[in-house]
Ligand binder design. Structure first.
Ligand code: SAM
Length: 338
């Protein structure tokens, strides 16, 4: 099959989302067709379908998404696999952080999984429909929460966060050079009227940023708020540390990132897990949020826990980017449990 054929065929999920680096990610992930795997970011189910295609009848996929719409779509898409006499996929409406604490038959199993895939960020559907307020192109409520209603929506964050902290969020999670100007303008505007919609926020940015910088600034500001609202970087870090004890030897962690902040977290945690350590370090408690694993700790290991298989991140081929421009910023990193 030509490369073009591969990438065209990968759009099997219709227009929900075109999976990025589909074959490469699954080549790295699936090394034992009889194993149990985690897809932490189900989305439109493109990667999940390819993983299932590679598994034998005894292999199993446990798939997570925090987004209710993604879960409904996947339950429809994988109805046959779920209803088979021995189901091949389990779909969980929760954060991928919960993969670290899955229990089977009521008992935790120390080493369960042959691999986990995290394809971070947002799906095309989430951007195109604007449902949860992730896109500055569609007017909707400025919510930005993928799932849990326990945390405040972006509109509340904007209403209640001090100017200096807003500036910090924009700088830290958006690497936004105009963070100070934008934070000041947000505070001026919210004194007069609440900022409740994506277009309210867009109008604020338009009023204080030069036209030629507008598109990039809008992307960075929306990204920053989304990361802050969903606590994305902390959840990613906790999941990478927390999943390692659940992998079999040779099991793999495959992560696709779409911006440098995420990629840096993956690189740093992989390097940390790949280090030789002494056991004298203190053991720090690891909070797994709503996933209830009080006994989980950040482990301090004597031996390296993983081997890094991608010294440099892999990127999509030009052919894929020409067919799916949303793939252009993707980076793929892989580590293997020692
Ligand atoms: C890029 S899309 C995944 C696309 C998917 N691989 C496919 O082939 O269609 C990312 C998905 O991850 C979900 N997501 C983001 N953070 C999450 C988290 N902490 N836990 C579970 N799902 C999450 C989003 O709701 C979104 O549906």
């Amino acid at each position: 099959m030509s490369e073009k054929g591969i990438y065209t065929a990968s759009n099997a999920s219709g227009d929900y989302h075109v999976p990025v680096m589909l074959q490469e990610a699954c080549d790295w992930l699936v090394t034992n067709p009889d194993g149990t795997y985690i897809d932490g970011t189900l989305g439109g189910g493109g990667h999940a379908a390819e993983i299932l295609r590679r598994l034998s009848p005894v292999g199993h996929l446990i798939a997570f998404d925090e987004d209710k719409e993604a879960i409904e779509h996947a339950r429809e898409r994988f109805r046959d696999e779920m209803q088979a006499s021995s189901p091949r996929i389990t779909i969980c409406h929760s954060s991928f952080l919960c993969a670290c604490s899955i229990k089977r038959d009521g008992k935790p199993q120390a080493q369960d999984f042959w691999g986990i895939l995290l394809d971070l960020g947002v799906s095309s559907r989430q951007l195109d429909t604007g449902g949860i307020g992730l896109s500055y192109r569609v007017n909707s409520h400025l919510d930005m929460r993928f799932g849990s209603r326990d945390k405040p929506p972006a509109s509340e964050l904007i209403a209640t966060t001090k100017q200096g902290d807003l500036e910090h969020i924009l700088r830290k999670y958006g690497e936004e050079p105009l963070a100070k100007v934008i934070a000041r303008r947000i505070v001026e505007v919210r004194r007069v009227a609440p900022v409740v919609s994506t277009f309210d926020l867009r109008a604020i940015i338009e009023s204080c940023v030069p036209q030629h910088k507008l598109q990039q600034t809008l992307s960075r500001v929306f990204q920053a708020l989304r990361i802050a609202v969903n606590n994305e970087l902390e959840v990613l870090e906790q999941t990478l540390y927390g999943i390692v004890p659940r992998l079999v030897r040779g099991g793999r962690i495959v992560v696709l990132t779409y911006h440098s902040l995420e990629d840096r977290v993956v690189k740093r945690v992989f390097q940390d897990l790949a280090k030789q350590r002494t056991l004298s370090g203190s053991t720090q408690p690891l909070s797994l949020g709503s996933c209830h694993t009080a006994d989980a700790t950040t482990p301090k290991f004597a031996e390296p826990q993983v081997r890094i298989l991608t010294k440099k991140p892999l990127v999509p081929r030009a052919e894929e980017i020409s067919i799916n421009p949303r793939a252009r910023s993707a980076k793929l990193r892989v580590a293997e449990k020692c």
